[in-house]
Design a protein around this ligand. Sequence first.
Ligand code: ZN
Length: 205
Amino acid sequence: VSHLGMTGSFRVETELQPPRRHDHFELTFEGGKRMIYHDPRRFGFLKIYPTSTVHQSSHLAGLGLEPLSNNLDGETLHKLFNRPRRDLKSLLLDQGLVAGLGNIYALEALHLAGLAPSRKGSSLSPLEASKLTTALITVLRAALDSGGSTINDYVNASGDPGYFQHQFAVYGREGEACPHPDCEGTITRISQQGRSTYFCPSCQI
Ligand SMILES: [Zn+2]
């Protein structure tokens, strides 16, 4: 089980090369290929578990539904988010409900679904819950197709950055025109639970 933290990255080397500073782990495969974990700030981790107990590890046991599995649909999300006191952004970031969404993908999905981040979970209609589910899946698939998002440090195993940051509709775009074709709104930034929220007040209701 591994997490990249802030600055972690894996790389694969086919020929023996001298280690780099901040390389922490190396796995050599039959045939000589090596997978190396590199992490200057050391917020990441890598732990080894037997296959039979890995899902009970503290890192995985509390996780909610995997958004790209068949377990998540509009009806399920509608039930899961039926909370009168919690807003949509905090529900999306709750790893115990839906796993794997951070600030960026939660905000991009809310914009695509046309939903305000401050809406309470229990105010979602079944149709809105279904729209939000579709938006989540669309945003995550598009991000994966673009190799992820590189804000500072993220690189894949070939050392290449992701490109999804060039497609952000709202994240980091305060003051810019809303990219939605039928909207003349301006992207606005507010703070929610101490973190930046970017959204369009005109088309996200
Ligand atoms: Zn808009």
